[in-house]
Design a protein around this ligand. Structure first.
Ligand code: SF4
Length: 397
């Protein structure tokens, strides 16, 4: 771990580009591990000692507050894992802790991820009473065969019940679906999207199934026992998704996120606009402006080791690195090009100390992968989104 030098632990420098300050809290437990999942999620067969985790969250919050200094929070996100396995009292203690450490204005977006299998009306009402005002449901598919294939513990009936409850109890809600499943045709996906839009309020997250190293799906795929749509079929499904959601008035504002104008996730926009966020809990990442420096933080991933570390050090951070300006410029590009609004070039220039290479930019424009929005912003076209990593690598050189 690189300690932050004392000379930058001073008053925060004025930042002309301030996309907000989010607080992320990671609940690292799930009832079962899905075979495609490479998130930091763990299954425990004994009940989790929630009060002990609350105590550790509060200690780590205090350490993050010392780094961040006083800030006004623009959004809070309880992610995981499966945060809806937390008792409402745990959520209440976490949200109250955040409000003790930072200024939390009334009405800011407070999102919680929830799985349909862990939803009960009483718990949902408890989360709402604790202050959660937006829920993001991991629905993933709207047919039981695919839910089973994805290793999910819920069925479609549970998902629909959870959606109904969420709509009734929370002012804002979204749900996730995974597409590019084995054998899925555009017609299948189109039908499912139509159904999804009829249940949605104003936001949907639509992710492509990816085969991540270290997961059971990776092993099956490598052994030739799991066939997923190839690049071309995935691209066709991606384009169909973009066209369908745009027609329905819920266009993509980010690679996988779709919303009616004004209903975008404030918290996720802070990440993609390369704002500051405190990451609390096992395996959480953060970006904090500390004096004139930008500091990347990451905490110990294993829940019990994280608890031990918090008990001995007062926090679970294992990374606390000052980012060079060039690294920040790369991250800004990587994040900003995910967004339909694109990236602010003046900010990129201020960080990198240079202009984009005109020859590279012209090449990408000519081939239809990026486009300018006036003089000040650059964004990926839908074709560029499909090869986002390559576009970013090319521009960042
Ligand atoms: S519920 Fe979500 S976080 Fe938990 S294992 Fe499944 S995909 Fe991963």
């Amino acid at each position: 771990m690189t300690a932050v030098p004392l000379d930058i632990l001073q008053a925060r420098g004025a930042d002309a580009f301030d996309p907000g300050f989010g607080v992320y809290v990671h609940w690292p437990f799930c009832a079962a591990k899905c075979p495609y999942c490479d998130f930091n999620s763990h299954v425990r067969h004994q009940p989790v000692d929630q009060p002990r985790y609350v105590e550790a969250f509060l200690a780590e919050m205090a350490a993050m507050r010392r780094l961040s200094g006083p800030r006004s929070v623009t959004s809070i996100f309880l992610g995981g894992g499966t945060p809806s396995l937390m008792h409402p009292a745990t959520v209440d203690a976490i949200l109250s802790g955040i409000a003790r450490h930072w200024h939390v204005p009334d009405g800011i977006e407070i999102t919680m991820e929830a799985n349909p299998s862990s939803v009960e009306a009483e718990r949902f009402r408890g989360y709402r009473a604790a202050g959660v005002n937006r829920v993001s449901l991991g629905v993933q598919a709207l047919n039981d065969r695919d839910l089973k294939f994805l290793g999910r513990l819920h069925d479609v009936a549970d998902a629909l019940k959870a959606i109904r409850l969420a709509r009734e109890i929370f002012p804002r809600m979204s749900f996730d679906l995974i597409y590019a499943r084995p054998g899925q045709t555009v017609a299948d996906w189109d039908r499912e999207l139509k159904e999804a839009v009829s249940y949605a309020v104003d936001h949907l997250s639509l992710y492509q199934l990816t085969i991540e190293e270290g997961t059971p799906f990776y092993g099956l795929h490598k052994a030739g026992k799991l066939a997923v749509p190839d690049g071309e079929q995935s691209a066709i499904l991606y384009e169909a998704t973009q066209e369908f959601t745009a027609r329905e008035g819920m266009p993509a504002y980010e690679v996988s996120n779709h919303a009616r104008p004004g209903a975008e996730s404030r918290h996720n926009l802070t990440y993609w606009r390369y704002g500051d966020y405190a990451g609390i809990g096992p395996g959480a990442h953060g970006r904090l402006t500390v004096g004139r420096a930008r500091v990347a933080t990451a905490t110990e991933r294993r829940p019990e080791a994280w608890l031990d570390r918090v008990a001995s050090e007062g926090h679970g951070m294992v990374v606390q690195d000052v980012l060079e300006r060039e690294e920040q410029a790369d991250e800004l590009l990587l994040m900003g090009l995910r967004l339909r609004e694109g990236v602010d070039l003046a900010r990129w220039q201020a960080l990198s100390g240079r202009d984009l290479d005109p020859a590279r930019e012209d090449f990408l424009i000519e081939h239809g992968f990026v486009e300018r929005l006036g003089n000040s912003r650059l964004r990926c076209t839908p074709a560029g989104m499909l090869i986002l990593d390559a576009v970013v690598a090319d521009l960042a050189c």
